[in-house]
Design a protein around this ligand. Structure first.
Ligand code: UDX
Length: 462
């Protein structure tokens, strides 16, 4: 099928590249010329394992193209994905102006024939109908300008006789395993009030549904959940809010464990074996961050507020998370008492491993508060230390390797559970420190091994 993906952020680029890999003819549109140049050369502008390989393969097979030309993209695609950003506003609502501009642009460039317009961006509930109305506005504006320019006949008819439907198709991919998640999804959600559109979407996803590109091809087909537009939009918010709440729940249990002397990792194992609870997303730590959880939970709280409903559980999940980010600070104060003049080393800066994403990273809150209390902050992160990302950070000196980080530190805090942090030379690092204290913000390190080499080990609920 012919596909156009508008917006090449995490979601758009991964969707475009993966659909091209399954054999569709894809054009990705982005208004950033530099980015388009980079992608044309087969390079991914984001750090995402496996993505550059998929892009290069698709370019070589002639399955994917990159352009800044929206009109060319719209005329190419039978299915048009809107995958632009919806960043959070200070109020907690999503900023939908980019979605609006794209929907209007699609309307302006639609020509004769049938198109399916897919909302891949995480838009507020109810946006499906709104997108439809904006596309119609775009069509009307274009019509007016054509008539104003004296166009008649074919030009006009071609523009007026357009047919389209809107589909909500939320994504559930995790940064760092976005390509894997796209090819091995737990489910695909398609929301629309049009059977014709849903049939086309099923055809589009058939290679993924039938496990043609899955790691395990023997698995039964991927379940496809078909709903109305609004329910599909709600599924995205409910899923992310549930997962965020689950983490806040285990973090709250961890804080109680700390007080009574229980071990949250054993508690998580004990409750996670109950199949009704499940063992995933029960790792206690210094809280959730990233581009999705904070934004989506706040947006759902906001939507509930708009309808006069006080979403107390979700508000609490957010509060627990805010408090949790300061838990490492509290533990440093318990160990070192006065933080003024002390040097603290952070292991990890990104909001989670295998990504270069710093959005809403717990490290940022920690840096800000350590600075406020007069501590000097250094950090080492496998990605941030090696890229230009460090220049955007303030209040922290980014070191180039873990040993330089440890040098003269009064304590280390493990902020991100990068796999390589499991095997650092901690014995050597301990010798370089003023006092070998390790606050393990992810309960990730081997406590016994660290204690054996002289570290004072402090976990979360551990
Ligand atoms: C998430 C959802 O998982 C994905 O389905 C959605 O589409 C986008 O949001 P992502 O933000 O990439 O994906 O990260 P995820 O792996 O879910 O982790 C989110 C945050 O929760 C991270 O800060 C992580 O460190 C934290 N986390 C996760 C925990 O603190 N404990 C856990 O047990 C799991």
């Amino acid at each position: 099928m012919r596909v156009c993906v508008i917006g090449t952020g995490y979601v758009g680029l991964v969707t475009g590249a993966c659909l091209a890999h399954t054999g569709h003819e894809v054009i990705c549109v982005d208004n950033n010329e530099e980015k388009v140049k980079t992608m044309k050369a087969g390079r991914s502008p984001i750090y995402e394992p496996g993505l550059s390989e998929i892009m290069t393969g698709a370019i070589q097979n002639g399955k994917i193209e990159f352009t800044t030309d929206l009109e060319a993209g719209v005329s190419h695609g039978d299915v048009l994905f809107i995958a632009v950003g919806t960043p959070p506003l200070p109020t907690g609502e999503s900023d939908t102006r980019y979605v609006e501009a794209v929907a209007r642009g699609i309307g302006a460039h639609l020509k004769q024939g049938y198109k399916v317009i897919v909302n891949k961006s995480t838009v507020p509930i109810g946006s499906g109908d709104w997108v439809r109305s904006i596309v119609l506005d775009g069509i009307a504006e274009r019509e007016k300008s054509l008539v104003g320019a004296g166009k008649t006949g074919e030009d006009l008819v071609e523009h007026i006789e357009v047919e389209f439907d809107v589909v909500s198709n939320p994504e559930f991919l995790r940064e760092g395993s976005a390509v894997y998640d796209t090819f091995n999804p737990d489910r695909i959600v398609l929301g629309s009030n049009s059977d014709r559109a849903l049939t086309m979407m099923q055809e589009l996803y058939a290679p993924i549904v039938n496990r043609e590109v899955a790691e395990n091809k023997e698995l039964p087909p991927v379940p496809v959940v078909m709903t109305d537009l609004c329910s599909a939009e709600m599924i995205k918010y409910a899923a992310n809010s549930f997962l965020a709440t689950k983490i806040s729940f285990i973090n709250e249990v961890a804080n109680i464990c700390d007080r009574v002397g229980a071990d949250v990792t054993q508690v998580a194992k004990g409750i996670g074996l109950d199949s009704r609870i499940g063992n995933k997303f029960l790792n206690a730590g210094i809280g959730w961050g990233g581009s999705c959880f904070p934004k989506d939970v706040s947006a759902l709280v906001h939507t509930a507020d708009d309808y006069g409903y006080d979403a107390q559980l979700l508000k609490s999940a957010v509060e627990v998370n805010q408090r949790q980010r300061l838990m490492a600070l509290e533990k440093l104060q318990q160990e070192l008492k006065i933080l003024k003049g002390k040097t603290i080393g952070l292991l990890g800066l990104t909001f989670k491993p295998d990504t270069d994403d710093m959005r809403d990273a717990p490290s940022l809150v920690l840096i800000e508060n350590l600075n406020r209390l007069g501590a000097k902050v250094k950090a080492y992160d496998p990605i941030v230390s090696q890229t230009g990302l460090r220049s955007g950070l303030s209040g922290v000196y980014v070191e180039t390797d873990p040993e330089r980080l440890a040098d003269s530190c009064d304590a280390l805090v493990l902020v991100t559970d990068w796999q390589q942090f499991a095997d650092l030379d901690y014995a050597k690092m301990a010798k370089l420190m003023n006092s070998p204290i390790m606050v393990d913000g992810r309960n990730f390190l081997d406590r016994t091994a660290l204690e054996a080499i002289g570290f004072r080990y402090v976990g979360i609920g551990h």
